[in-house]
Design a protein around this ligand. Sequence first.
Ligand code: ATP
Ligand code: MG
Length: 469
Amino acid sequence: MPHVLIVDEDRVSGHSLREAAREAGLSCVMVTSIRQASLQITLQRPDIIFTAQHLSDGSGLSLLDIRGESGKITLITMMAEPSADAVIDAWRLGATDYLTKPLDLHRVRRWLHSLPLAATQASGHKSSPDLLGTSVAMQTLSEHISRVAPTEATVLLLGESGTGKELVAQTIHAQSSRHRQPFIPINCGAISPQLIESEIFGHEKGSFTGADRQHKGYFERACGGTLFLDEVIEMPVDLQVKLLRVLETGAFMRIGSHQSLSTDVRIIAATNRDPESAIAEGRLRLDLFHRLNVFPLRIPPLRDRQQDIALLARHFLNELNAAHGTAKTLSDSAVGVLGRHQWPGNVRELRNFIHRAYILSDQMIDTQMLEPVPTYCRASALTLSIPVGTSLADVDRKLIFATMALCGGVKKHAADLLGISLKTLYNRLEEYGRHEKTLAVLQTPTQRIPVLNKQGDRLKVAKGIFSSM
Ligand SMILES: Nc1ncnc2c1ncn2[C@@H]1O[C@H](COP(=O)(O)OP(=O)(O)OP(=O)(O)O)[C@@H](O)[C@H]1O
Ligand SMILES: [Mg+2]
C-alpha cells in the first residue's frame, strides 16, 4: 500500500496534509521529529516523505541520507520562506519538490492526485455496506452515523448479539475519509490470551518461543485506517492498560522491541455486554471505558423495530434469489409471523432463518413453512441422543452446536446455558470452524427450522437435555 510519512512539528499543517493524503487514497503516518522519522523509514518504508525544512532535532533534508539505498522514496520539503539557495540545496541533495508554508492545499491535492500510486489505490475503494432499516430507531442511528463518521472520534457500539454492530462499524469506516485504508476487525474474545498482545502490537523475531519471524500487529496493519475492537470487554485486563496507553499516546512497541512506533488508527469498539456491570465486575477498566466511550451508539434489538423485519427478510431473500438465479417469494402472512417473533439472535437469526426457509421452499415461503414453529422448544426436539461409544470431545462439540442453535446464535446466552465463559465458547467455535458451518451441521430433518420461541419462553439445559420451562 502506498504510504506517506509526514514529518512536521506544526500539527495544523501536518493534519491538513494528512487529510489530503488520505483523500488521495494513501496511508499516512505523522511524526514530529527526525528521530521518529528515521525509525519510520526503517520500519515502514514510506513511498513519499513530506518534511519540514527545520525540526528541533535536525534538518528535514537529513532524511535523504537515512533514505539510503531506497532511492525510490520521494521526499518533498516544506519551507516557510523558501530562498532560491534553499530550494537549490534541496534539489542538489535529492529532494523531488518543495512546498511553501502555509500550505496551498489545492496544490498539494493536485500533486497527490497526479501520483500514479494514488490512482491505483483509488480503484480499490470499497463502497459502503447496506445498513437497512426504515424504523425511527434506525433513521436516528443513520443520522448519528453520518455525523460521527467524518470525524476522528472514537465510537463505542453497544447492542445485543446480531444487531449489526460490525456492519455499523463498517458503515462508519466507509463514510469516513479513511475509507480507502484498511478496516481491520479484531475479535478480542476469540484470540487466545497467549497471542492477543502479539496480534495487536506485533512482535520481533525471537521475542518468544515460536516467534521465528517479525510480525506486524493489527495497529501497524490498520495504519491510516480503522481498527474495530469487537467484544472489547473480553480483552484481558492487563492488556486493557496497554491499549489505553496506545490510545492516549499514539505510540506502541512490538513485543521484544524497545523502539516506539507511532500509529494512526481510528478506533471503533463494540460490546454486547453492559459496560457498567463489566466495570463493577472488574472485567473492564473504567479509564479505558471513558477513553472508548467518546461517542456511544446503541443499536436497538430487532424486536424493538418490528417495522424493519419485513424489509430485512425480503432483502435477505432477494440476495439469495440474486445469488442463485431464482425468484422465490415471501407471503404476506409469513411476513406477519416473522414480525411477531422476538428474534433473540436479532438480524443474524433472521438472516439464517430466511436462508433455511429459502432452501426448504419451492417457490413461495408461506406460513406452513414457519409453523408449527417452536419444534425446538418441545422437550423431545431439544434432546440430544448420543450413542454410547461417542468420544467426550464429540459430545462437547454436539452440545455446543445444539446450544448455539437453540439460542439463535446468541453466544452470550449459549455460554451462560453451557456454564462456560464467552471466551471459552469463542475458542471452541474457532476450533470447530466458522459459526455459519456450525448451524449448517445442525440441519437434521427434525431440526430444519431454527428456534422460533414463543415470546417469553425461558430455556434451560439440564445434564445435556434441553427443556423449556
Ligand atoms: N440493518 C441491517 N441491514 C442489513 N443487514 C444487517 C443489518 N444489521 C445486521 N445485518 C446483518 O446481520 C448479520 C449480523 O450482523 P453483525 O455481524 O454486524 O452483528 P453484531 O452485532 O456484530 O453481532 P455479534 O455481537 O454476534 O458479533 C450480518 O450478516 C449483517 O450483515
Ligand atoms: Mg460482531
